[in-house]
Design a binder for this molecule. Sequence first.
Ligand code: ZN
Length: 383
Amino acid sequence: MKMEKRNYQICTCCVMDTSDEYIVFDENGVCSRCNEYKQRILPKWNYGKGHEAELSALISEIKRKGEGKEYDCILGLSGGLDSSYMLHLAVKEWGLRPFVFHIDAGWNLPVAENNIRKLTEKLGVELHIEKMDWDEMREMQLAWFRTGLESLDVPQDHAFIAVIDKYSQELGVKYILNGYNISTEIVADPSSWAKGGGPTGDGTFLKDVIKKYCRIPIKHYTFTNGFKHKFWIPYIKGVKTLKPLNLVPFTKAEMIETLSKEYGYEPYSQKHFEDLITKFLEGWWVPKRFGHDIRRAQLSSLVITGQMTRNEALKILEEPPVSEEEGKEMFKEVAERLEITEEELWRLFELPECTEHFKSQEKIYNLGIRLYEALGIEKRIRR
Ligand SMILES: [Zn+2]
């Protein structure tokens, strides 16, 4: 969809603005996400309050189905706030026995590794580390840079869901604990910030980019696809992905406080800043190259859920996500790790925006979404 260049406008309620090409405002200048949140999300969610019975039924069900098995659920731990808090609740508060895994895609920052170690050690859970083949990950990362696309974290993100799919089949466990939460994530990144990508679980898209842009064969990487991820595993295998953080009341500040106190967890300056490549992309590359500041969505979530005022969020947005110096430092480090020169990375930075069309499962996805909507299965907000 080609849009006319529009005048700048920012929501009067949150801090989303016309950097989201498809943003829609009502007559009071309130964006459609804010309205949708107030009308549809908040009444049901109620800040996580009043869901005790639902939560306790869920925990009992997980325990009952897991009887006699080594694990009763699966949990992917990034070292970030959401999955760390999820692990804390699952083990310490709810007495669950998760299979805990972490994907090491080669970009981990020490702060994430320390957090993961502190949590798993204190909770006494075994950590399964899925170490990706670094030469392949490096080449795939370079391939995505070469496309000129904005969504450059696809190789890591796809690996994460493909590995969950793999484990859920191998272990025969029926529940996946997902750290998604309304409290800090209700305002999702706009789809206009990820043009030309397609769903993260779309293996067809990945394979097409690999075919066109990778210079070495990719042999060890784990793939999944829309059919397996959205249909086979949930409906035929009966593996449910749960988002239990929405059934408990908490704020971001409370999460940090609990984890710091209990485990010596170290918070970091921005969501997703647990690995170098994501920090570089979200803190430097994307704002500079595409003019999108991912913090707008993150801060808007905190504003509309009452954890921060709109003015506080605007104040934060006045400063860049990372300083000039830190940006320069990361630029150098990323080039080094990718084994290219800084000039080469600059050349990739200056590529025209990608207009190439890649193969994808978009049609199947859309068909699936319509089918699920007709069956009343699919209810989340989509943009
Ligand atoms: Zn808004």
